[in-house]
Design a protein around this ligand. Structure first.
Ligand SMILES: Nc1ncnc2c1ncn2[C@@H]1O[C@H](COP(=O)(O)OP(=O)(O)OP(=O)(O)O)[C@@H](O)[C@H]1O
Length: 249
């Protein structure tokens, strides 16, 4: 549960995220989707309830962990509003996201050990490979702010992936994209989920994207869980249709 003063933003939500899954979190504006993401990724703490991460059989409580500690456990995310380093190059944006995994590199870098150069090569190669998947390698020396909006959103996902996550949370990845860009993004999300064997959880208002892409859907409404099921089950769920999907469903 999460309360903001007198307002209960999320209440009584039970959610299980399995490995190698593609899940969507849907619901009308103000349903509590981003608040739930924020709790899962340590941006805010829950007022009550438990969040547990299973790390190879070891149960780890995420309740009081800081966002960076949760990121280190392998939970990466993007935000609804783009949060790139706008004046840095596309490549540098990805490299910064990767530094967590190469902490020992700092001392190596200061002392200019040969291993530093080897590590640097490995990191840059990995960053370029990730950018290539998203067709951003040709833009890697451009400043992030000079990319068109749709590509900036893609770069955000690459930054999340650069952290080698086990779970990648995407907050409205297709927001502001046209139908072609959205369709291309859906393909990419499916591709990276399979290729990197990660779990992807996305918040999305674009129902065509959600219904064609994910395996399971959680529906939130006014902070509570309205339904959970496959896209087919959710499309036919009368409560969901009444409360949310309506004509769109
Ligand atoms: N930091 C905050 N302080 C006070 N109230 C908040 C805060 N963050 C969210 N809320 C409130 O909590 C409720 C849930 O908001 P939330 O942003 O999680 O919904 P959402 O489902 O992500 O909506 P949207 O689809 O519009 O992004 C809303 O009533 C919102 O106004």
């Amino acid at each position: 549960m999460k309360k903001f003063g007198g307002l209960t933003a999320v209440s009584d939500v039970s959610m299980q995220i399995n490995s190698d899954e593609l899940i969507a979190l849907i619901g009308p504006n103000g349903a509590g989707k981003t608040t739930l993401f924020n709790m899962l990724t340590g941006v805010i703490s829950p007022s009550s309830g438990t969040i547990t991460f299973d790390q190879e059989g070891k149960k780890i409580s995420l309740n009081h962990k800081k966002a960076y500690q949760i990121a280190e456990l392998g939970l990466a995310r993007t935000f609804q509003n783009i949060r790139l380093f706008k004046d840095m190059t596309v490549l540098d944006n990805v490299l910064v996201a990767m530094t967590n995994q190469y902490k020992e590199g700092f001392l190596q870098a200061v002392l200019r050990f040969p291993k530093f150069y080897q590590t640097e090569d490995v990191i840059v190669k990995k960053a370029r490979n990730l950018l290539a998947i998203f067709d951003l390698d040709k833009d890697m020396h451009k400043r992030a702010c000079n990319l068109p909006y749709g590509l900036q959103r893609r770069l955000e996902i690459v930054r999340g992936l650069a952290m080698s996550p086990k779970i990648l949370f995407l907050d409205e990845p297709a927001a502001g994209m046209n139908p072609e860009e959205t369709a291309a993004l859906a393909k990419l999300i499916r591709k990276i989920q399979k290729q990197f064997h990660i779990t992807v959880v996305l918040i999305e208002h674009d129902m065509s994207l959600v219904m064609n892409l994910v395996e399971r859907i959680y529906v939130l409404d006014q902070g509570t869980l309205l339904a959970e099921g496959t896209p087919k089950e959710i499309k036919q769920n009368k409560t969901v249709i009444k409360a949310y999907l309506g004509e769109e469903g």
